[in-house]
Ligand binder design. Structure first.
Ligand SMILES: Nc1nc2c(ncn2[C@@H]2O[C@H](COP(=O)(O)OP(=O)(O)OP(=O)(O)O)[C@@H](O)[C@H]2O)c(=O)[nH]1
Ligand SMILES: [K+]
Ligand SMILES: [Mg+2]
Length: 364
């Protein structure tokens, strides 16, 4: 039996099995099995491996954003409106067949936007170009899930399930579970919080499914069995996702209002160029980008050449971005802007920078 059939069989069994106390362990085990087979599917091997023809686009710029969505939701139209690249857009499905990169210039940053073929249910199992598309999705810093606002909202659940099934976790943090395989000693299981969603026996069963008998496990939050499987399997990617509802020119204002209130969602019309400014602003925030200006003594700040860094960056990160040996010569820095009480203020290497701060580095 092929891996795909095995997966299908387990999925059938899971859907057949009623969820209750008595079936809890059985279901947990099935999920562990499922994760194992899906993992096999992801590993590139001969014929089942995803061929990346036309999909290997060089990473460039300050961040990478992948456009994921059903066919004809307007992905290419968005690329055409936000970047100077042209990607064919048309009223029929699967107009785009490869990965087309464009660049969004915003706040001095170059954000790589990847237009991709539409994906459909079953994409993760190899339908259409789904596997290649999802493989590109894994390399992104953020996914824009584009949804046709005139169609049913299930698009979102279906696509999320496709991405989940290949280990992409959207808008979620890595589970706070310590896990280490040992050479002997059996399972040492501890938790620092009360566990309401799983227990030691379940964890042991899951580990046995992976032929792991000696391990140290510490739950530092109230996680589920699925979360634990994610930790055991590893190589999950946790990434931010922005849900972009397109074609709002076709729906009622009440519906627009309802969609706009969903979490992590932006409503737009690519054709009518509606709300694209807000989309870019939200994208910037979700990517957690920060722009910092440098300044030389006695000169105005270099407003042309801002440095693009990540939120949470320190003076040390800024120094590295300027020159790799600067930290060694660092005496102190003067900072103007939101990160300081007084402008300028003298700060050290560990000082946290804010967006649009100005910095002058004083060397020893
Ligand atoms: N009404 C309306 N139509 C739009 C909007 N944006 C795109 N479209 C139309 O939707 C159709 C599909 O657009 P594409 O950009 O080709 O969609 P896609 O998601 O790239 O499609 P595939 O590459 O086939 O997956 C085209 O006819 C566009 O003109 C919009 O904001 N409003
Ligand atoms: K299309
Ligand atoms: Mg397209």
């Amino acid at each position: 039996m092929g891996v795909l059939e095995k997966i299908a069989e387990i999925e059938r069994e899971i859907s057949r099995t009623q969820k209750n106390k008595a079936t809890e362990y059985h279901l947990g085990l099935l999920k562990a099995k499922l994760a194992k087979y899906r993992q096999q599917l992801l590993e590139p091997s001969g014929k089942s491996g995803a061929k990346g023809e036309g999909f290997d686009v060089m990473k460039s710029g300050d961040a990478r954003v992948a456009l994921i969505g059903f066919p004809s939701v307007g992905k290419s139209t968005l690329l055409n409106t936000l970047t100077s690249t042209h990607s064919e857009s048309a009223g029929y499905e699967f107009t785009t067949l490869t990965c087309i990169p464009g660049v969004i210039e915003y706040n001095g940053a170059n954000i790589q936007l990847l237009d991709l073929p539409g994906i459909i249910e079953g994409a993760a199992k190899g339908k259409g170009r789904g596997r290649q598309v999802i493989a590109v999705g894994r390399t992104a810093d953020l996914v824009i899930m584009m949804i046709d606002a005139t169609k049913k909202d299930v698009q979102k659940e279906l696509l999320t399930a496709e991405l989940e099934s290949v280990g992409i976790r959207l808008n979620r943090r890595r589970p706070n579970i310590y896990f280490k395989q040992k050479k002997g000693g059996g399972l040492s299981f501890n938790s620092t919080v009360p566990l309401t969603k799983t227990n030691e026996r379940m964890i042991q069963l899951i580990l046995h499914e992976y032929k792991m008998f000696n391990a140290e496990v510490v739950f530092r939050e109230d996680c589920t069995a699925e979360d634990f499987i994610d930790v055991v399997v590893g190589n999950r990617v946790y990434m931010p996702c922005l849900y972009v509802y397109n074609k709002i020119d076709q729906i009622s204002i009440e519906e627009v209002d309802r969609l706009a209130r969903q979490p992590d969602s932006v409503v737009v019309s690519c054709n009518m160029k509606l709300n694209l400014d807000f989309l870019l602003e939200t994208l910037w925030n979700q990517l957690a980008l920060v722009r910092v200006y440098t300044k030389k003594r006695g000169e105005p700040p270099d407003f042309e050449g801002g440095l693009i860094l990540r939120r949470g960056c320190t003076v040390e990160h800024v120094c590295h971005a300027i020159h790799r040996t600067l930290v060694a010569d660092f005496k102190y820095a003067l900072v103007w802007g939101q990160s300081v009480k007084f402008s300028p203020q003298r700060v050290g290497l560990q000082h946290l920078m804010c967006h649009d701060d100005v910095i002058q580095v004083i060397k020893k």
